[in-house]
Design a protein around this ligand. Structure first.
Ligand code: UD1
Length: 368
């Protein structure tokens, strides 16, 4: 048996690690050691995902919590180093692009433990995004790369990765989506939110570039106020967004929007069902850009760029930025029924995790 440490820490990691762990369980040749860094710790940002996705209890929770990027990354590194020295995994698997991904990849590599990166090669080209720095650093020291779209492979090869180590496997997040679609359908979340299928828009927004600056956040909330006159909005808000709205004195703007259902972060099944039944989604999340493409739901990405271009070239996504005019024009196009249909990107077939596990086994077998 090969002992492999798998790392998760923040909300978008959980739906990526769940299907990989399940595939490892089926294969029987790898002993997983699950590490939760504790980057996200609220019930609604962490435990609810473990419950709904049936992720086993982590073998260790580093409990690092929030802090500046340096503090958070450093704390994870100090604690994860102890875990590696004690548990001696043969490999460390990291997913996505959060601070936990970067911190654990660096620690493992410096201890000469091979690193596998799931969702490697994505690039937004925007170095003001902390995630972009995390991706570049993680990819520059990883030993095995699992990519979700062809452009990921191109980016890695351009950065000098060994092509035999780059594997286009598809998208583990879509594995989770397909595995949970039926169960999600049973949750009465439309009733809970008082909306009808196809008659509301789902909004999520938490990126520092959108919520940390009142000059950006204020006008975006004003656009939502206009959109809710045309269609109801469901807006589950990240803790960061909630706190910025309070800090900038925007709570009144929210109270005035009577057709916006503003709520706390929702669990995985509720979000999935709300996404699948929405008329369209407005978001700055990476994951929702992919999930809307997989579900064929129109998506407006409230950012200036995307690291997931296949969602635009093949899927239902359009990058509209944060300009109120552009957002309103795009919403009108959707409501008029003239949005592209979109197709399913290659390899988004629910089997990405199986492919990953078989490549991991063969890598570990050769390394012995
Ligand atoms: C992180 C990821 C981002 C991902 C997002 C999804 C990085 C660099 N960013 O951003 O890629 O899209 O998660 O949620 O890793 N907070 C809580 N409770 C929690 C967690 C956070 O209240 O359980 C609050 C704290 O005030 C904290 C702030 O949210 O300071 C930001 O949390 P942090 O983990 O630093 O980054 P996110 O913005 O969540």
């Amino acid at each position: 048996m090969f002992k492999v440490a798998l790392v998760c820490g923040a909300r978008p990691n959980f739906m990526k690690i769940a299907p990989v762990l399940a595939a490892i369980g089926k294969s029987g040749r790898i002993t997983p050691y699950l590490v939760h860094t504790g980057q996200h710790y609220d019930e609604k940002m962490s435990q609810s995902f473990f419950d709904v996705l049936r992720i086993p209890r982590p073998d260790v929770d580093l409990g690092v919590g929030s802090g500046s990027h340096a503090e958070q990354t450093a704390k994870i590194m100090v604690e994860f180093e102890k875990v590696c020295l004690r548990e001696k995994p043969l490999m460390v698997v990291v997913v996505g692009d959060v601070n936990s991904t970067l911190a654990c990849a660096i620690v493992a590599k410096k201890l000469w433990i091979p690193v596998a990166h799931v969702e490697a090669g994505l690039r937004s080209g925007d170095m003001r995004m902390p995630e972009e720095i995390n991706r570049i650093v993680t990819d520059s020291i990883s030993d095995l790369f699992f990519t979700t779209e062809p452009e990921g492979n191109e980016n890695l090869l351009r950065f000098g990765a060994d092509k035999d180590r780059v594997h286009f496997v598809g998208n583990v997040m879509i594995d989770s989506l397909l595995q949970n679609r039926e169960a999600a359908e049973k949750i009465p979340v439309l009733e809970e939110m008082e909306v009808e299928s196809g008659k509301y828009c789902l909004v999520t927004m938490h990126r520092p570039s959108n919520v940390d600056d009142p000059e950006v956040l204020g006008p975006l909330l004003d656009v939502f106020a206009k959109i809710q006159e045309k269609i109801k909005i469901v807006f589950p808000a990240h803790p960061r967004t909630m706190s910025m709205i309070g800090k900038f004195g925007f709570s009144d703007k929210i109270k005035k929007m009577t057709r916006v259902r503003f709520c706390e972060p929702l669990d995985y099944h509720r979000t999935l069902k709300l996404n699948a039944h929405s008329r369209f989604v407005m978001t700055d999340s990476g994951g929702l850009q992919e999930e809307t493409t997989a579900l064929g739901i129109p998506c407006l990405t409230i950012r200036e760029n995307t690291e997931r271009p296949v969602t635009v070239t093949i899927g239902t996504n359009e990058v509209v930025g944060s300009s109120p005019e552009k957002i309103l024009l795009a919403v009108d196009r959707i409501l008029a029924g003239s949005w592209k249909k979109g197709g399913m990107p290659e390899g988004w077939d629910g089997k990405a995790s199986e492919r990953i596990v078989s490549i991991l086994e063969s890598f570990l077998g050769k390394a012995r």
